[in-house]
Design a binder for this molecule. Structure first.
Ligand SMILES: O=P(O)(O)OC[C@H]1O[C@H](O[C@H]2O[C@H](CO)[C@@H](O)[C@H](O)[C@H]2O)[C@H](O)[C@@H](O)[C@@H]1O
Length: 357
């Protein structure tokens, strides 16, 4: 596995990670005084072991693979009765229906910061991970949001690849589950480094038709969306075998994908927290951080917002799911509508401020 070198959101530059607990990142952090010792302590306190999506030894296999399968999700959803769904919607109401409530707590003249994941949030889920393109209308919506609010995309993918899909230089990008962060600027053209684990997984999964191994620079994804369910057990055993060869790696699971990651104490939650601190939004009560995500690994970010009592987490899901997010949206189309509402809210706030002056 390649050693993460990088990190951080400083306009136009990459710099160091705020989490000095690991020697994998260079230190000190980029902007003295912005990332404080208290922040670093907070980073280290987050209990990764309890993070949703982190699979303990032996806890993963065909059953957990089934849980992330759309066919099984649909079957499970069919069993969910209307009362259950209605109760879930009360706990996680639509962010569109509750838009006024969401922005209501923030002073009119102030703002928001917006973070979102890529797959399943800004782009629809498709079989081929290399073909998860974003629509032009979604790109325009994200561009508009970024004009008004600091906007970040936090993804399990490698940063360069997310940039290739999104193509907006004005955003913050946090790739490899937030391990590789860069602020608005022309994104780096550095290519993802092939690494031993990636090559080993490619070699060993060749016998499983439909399996696809993706190099996300500091992480590796093993996709089983196109693998016949009969082969899932074999694939899980193969991945498990490679994990035994590399005991310093850990395994998490997303939507029909195994995600092999280094055991460093870093995740999307810490990336979000780091972005907030670096942007100077950590203790602002007149800024509304919004995090929108669809995957188990996004729960780390939702938990951070809950713990801080700051901002809102929005889960993108058509079906009721266990989540720490406060609100829900059903699909990327609703995400786009929500983003445009944020832009409109900002425009109206500005106009009303001008009238008062
Ligand atoms: O953090 P995200 O931006 O949500 O990335 C998480 C994973 O997303 C991608 O996989 C998912 O989307 C694919 C394309 O729609 C789909 O085929 C796959 O089944 C999904 O799990 C990406 O390819 C992974 O590397 C990311 O870890």
């Amino acid at each position: 596995m390649a050693k993460p070198t990088v990190v951080v959101p400083e306009v136009g530059a990459t710099a160091a990670c705020p989490c000095p607990g690991t020697t994998l990142f260079p230190y000190p952090p980029p902007r003295a005084g912005i990332v404080t010792a208290a922040v670093r302590r907070k980073c280290l306190q987050v209990d990764l072991g309890a993070a949703a999506g982190l699979l303990g030894a032996g806890a993963w296999g065909v059953e957990s693979m089934r849980a992330s399968s759309p066919t099984h999700a649909k079957a499970a959803a069919a069993l969910v009765d209307d009362d259950h769904r209605a109760a879930w919607m009360v706990r996680h109401p639509s962010a569109l229906d509750k838009f006024d409530q969401i922005v209501g707590g923030v002073a009119r003249a102030s703002g928001s910061s917006c973070s979102s994941t890529y797959d399943g949030t800004l782009s629809p889920i498709v079989n081929d991970p290399d073909a998860a393109f974003m629509s032009e209308t979604m790109r325009m919506a994200v561009r508009s949001v970024a004009k008004h609010f600091p906007t970040a995309i936090v993804s399990g993918r490698c940063r360069d690849k997310v940039f290739e899909f999104v193509k907006l230089a004005e955003l913050y990008y946090a790739g490899s589950h937030g391990m590789d962060i860069k602020g608005p600027a022309k994104a780096s053209s550095r290519h993802a480094k092939a690494n031993k684990v990636h090559d080993r997984l490619v070699e060993l999964t060749r016998s499983v038709p439909g399996a696809k191994v993706e190099n996300n620079k500091f992480c590796v994804s093993v996709h089983f969306r196109c693998v016949d369910e009969k082969m899932w057990g074999e694939l899980a055993e193969t991945v498990k075998g490679v994990m035994r060869e590399y005991p310093k790696l850990r395994l998490t699971q997303g939507r029909m994908v195994f995600e092999v990651r280094p055991t460093i104490k870093w995740d999307k939650g810490k990336a979000l927290e780091f972005l907030l601190e670096s942007l100077g939004f950590a203790d602002c009560n007149n800024v509304l951080p919004v995090y929108i995500g669809d995957d188990r690994t996004d729960e780390d970010a939702f938990k951070v917002l809950r713990r801080r009592g700051q901002g809102v987490g929005i889960l993108v899901s058509k079906h009721p799911k266990e989540t720490t997010a406060s609100y829900s949206l059903q699909e990327p189309a609703e995400v786009m509508e929500f983003l445009l509402r944020l832009v409109e809210w900002k425009r109206l706030s500005r106009a009303s401020l001008r009238m008062q002056q």
